[in-house]
Design a binder for this molecule. Structure first.
Ligand code: NAD
Length: 399
């Protein structure tokens, strides 16, 4: 059943027109847009996804005779990102501090052949434009899916149990049990549904097995292998509105693409159960920021939690920073870090190196990592398209 995921892709053709270098005619320019770690990154070398620790790539690329430029300066035409993009062959970005690669920028990046997302989620790249230009887009698939699934379960619990306001009482020297307990519930007996049941959504359902939920539901256009479906004892619902109307908790675990941008708007949120909770660790732009705030403030949503924002870093006046339910709680928002635990960073740094190593050696890429390849979508996770109906989405099930 899963054998098609193991098929090897055709080799990536390396560029033949390379910028001249007197020392190494095969020199490749690699540009990495990473977040600034500051003192934390100096003290903690395992913070690999930072400009300071450079995904652990610096020594290796230098030894191989390639150029690595690393920056966190990513906005505007005079940014280091846009300046260096013009002659970059390999671009590394992360979803945590996304270098937004628009169609315009792709047009200007004349030497760009390979975009590597150090992590999972390549929506910050205009994938249609990458297809047009035959630029390969690869992710380190699976690298942080356990990290995110754990965060989802934590977020569900902290909302349902009204944890954040309770903790805030303690650090502000307060003590008022009734004020917290009036909006605290058990997860047992509740209905939880996931939008998207790929690597993360599936793992969330796996992790919820022990909570005796009333029902576990999933909505996805991709099938689960029968054995994987059986193992999580969850029920597929074919209509999204029907699913959200049945759920006490909805968790969003699908990529951001044309069909999911703004999916949770006033209309869909109005179909959710009054007083339900919404957890979004997928992408901020899947939820309409104003609609979420309105629903939370009216109490229609009892809580909203996640780590993803519709622009990152989130501006100080982003409405989700200060949106609360009528009882003053229900906000479980944090900066985008669920998929960048130290464990995850090791995995996505190693995976990034392996993707680049294969590219430089002219070897096949692991098909599971390819999002866009040879002018077509190599994955079907980024929206249903006729042409890619038989291509792999996330590695389903426990694998
Ligand atoms: P995956 O490719 O394994 O699974 C995605 C699933 O979503 C697929 O089964 C696909 O069919 C489904 N899907 C796509 N569009 C859908 C739609 N309209 N409705 C329902 N299902 C739909 O991906 P994954 O590893 O599970 O990751 C999912 C997403 O989570 C990523 O694309 C990324 O945006 C996000 N993510 C966030 C973090 C973080 O740190 N917060 C880290 C990793 C991934």
């Amino acid at each position: 059943m899963l054998s098609r995921y193991l098929t090897r892709a055709r080799p990536l053709q390396r560029s033949t027109s390379r910028p001249f270098s007197s020392t190494n005619p095969n020199m490749v320019k690699v540009l990495a847009v990473l977040y600034r770690g500051g003192q934390a990154a100096q003290e903690e070398p395992r913070l690999l996804g930072t400009i300071e620790n450079q995904l652990g790539l610096a020594d290796w690329l230098k030894k191989e005779g390639h150029e690595l430029v690393v920056t966190d300066d990513k906005e505007g035409s005079s940014s280091e990102f846009q300046k260096h993009l013009a002659d970059t062959e390999i671009l590394i970005t992360t979803p945590f501090h996304p270098g937004y690669l628009t169609a315009d920028l792709i047009d200007k990046a004349k030497n760009l052949k390979l975009c590597v997302t150090a992590g999972v989620g390549s929506d910050h790249i205009d994938l249609n434009a990458a297809n047009t230009k035959k630029i390969t887009v690869a992710e380190v698939s699976g690298s942080n899916v356990v990290s995110v699934a754990e965060h989802v379960v934590m977020s569900i619990l902290l909302l349902v149990r009204n944890f954040v306001p309770a903790h805030e009482q303690i650090v502000s020297d307060d003590w008022n049990v009734a004020q917290i307990a009036r909006n605290a519930y058990d997860l047992e007996g509740k209905v939880v549904g996931t939008v998207g049941c790929g690597r993360i959504g599936y793992r969330v359902l796996q992790r919820l097995q022990g909570f005796n939920c009333k029902d576990l539901l999933w909505f996805d256009y991709t099938d689960l292998p029968p054995d994987a479906e059986k193992a999580i004892n969850a029920r597929r619902v074919k209509d999204l509105e029907e699913m959200v109307s049945k759920c006490d908790v909805v968790t969003i675990n699908c990529p951001l693409h044309e069909k999911t941008r703004g999916l949770f708007n006033d209309d869909l949120i109005s179909k959710m159960k009054p007083g339900s909770w919404l957890v979004n660790t997928a992408r901020g732009a899947i939820c309409d920021r104003a609609a979420v705030k309105r629903a939370l403030e009216s109490g229609h949503l009892r809580g909203y939690a996640g780590d993803v924002w519709d622009v990152q870093p989130a501006p100080k006046d982003h409405p989700w920073r200060h949106a609360f339910n009528p009882l003053g709680g229900g906000n479980g928002m944090v900066p985008h870090y669920s998929g960048t635990t130290l464990d995850a960073q090791k995995r996505y740094a190693d995976g990034t190196k392996e993707i680049i190593r294969r590219y430089l050696a002219g070897e096949d890429q692991d098909l599971a990592n390819l999002i866009v390849f040879d002018g077509d979508y190599a994955s079907k996770a980024y929206g249903q398209r006729e042409k890619n109906a038989n291509k792999p989405t996330g590695q389903k099930g426990a694998g």
